[in-house]
Design a protein around this ligand. Structure first.
Ligand code: FES
Length: 187
């Protein structure tokens, strides 16, 4: 008796005999592969390791573009007027004082950043002068390093912007807004 499943298909080719069973296995593998290929992007979506990405991260400047003792205006997280913010490159004296007084929590490589919209009634504050930021609307006064209220009617500090400096390029990124933009107390 001859087992047909083991009978040669197409006879001998280059010294090898392909049996019917091997040929069927080959066909099944090919059809399985053709079935899966169209779903590959979907499988990749579900099973590929997720990349850590910070959607809030935004490049705002470079260390060489903000000299020591100067401040630049940027907008974060978006470009709306209430997202107007200050990036300040502190002087060595400001750095030393802020570190000694424990006001350096948001300081990165001598830079600090904060939102500039007054927490009293939303006036845009003036650019920092020395260690202070003034809101001329009703005389609100904030600390230029950590945004705390020094004087006047503002009920809470200016929101801070967390920073990251890329060591290779010196690019400065805003990575997170800490605090609420707006007036009044935070709930
Ligand atoms: S709006 Fe700034 S002090 Fe009133």
């Amino acid at each position: 008796m001859i087992d047909e499943s083991e009978s040669p298909v197409g006879g001998e080719a280059e010294g090898k005999t392909i049996t019917r069973r091997v040929f069927l296995k080959f066909l099944i593998s090919i059809s399985a592969l053709l079935t899966v290929i169209p779903f590959a992007p979907m499988l990749n979506f579900f099973f590929a390791p997720k990349k850590e990405e910070n959607l809030q991260e935004k490049k705002i400047s470079n260390i060489k573009d903000v000299p020591v003792g100067s401040t630049m205006v940027f907008f974060y997280p978006g470009e709306e007027s209430e997202e107007r913010s200050f990036l300040t490159h502190l002087t060595p004296e400001q750095l030393e004082k802020a570190q000694a007084e424990g006001r350096d929590a948001f300081m990165v490589d001598g830079f600090v950043a904060l939102n500039s919209i007054c927490t009293h009634l939303l006036c845009p504050a003036e650019l920092p002068v020395g260690d202070e930021i003034v809101c001329v609307c009703h005389g609100g006064l904030f600390d230029a390093v950590d945004g705390t209220v020094l004087d006047g009617p503002p009920p809470r500090p200016l929101p801070m912007v967390r920073l990251r400096v890329e060591p290779d390029t010196g690019d400065i990124y805003a990575t997170e807004l800490v605090g609420k933009i707006g007036y009044g107390r935070e709930e």
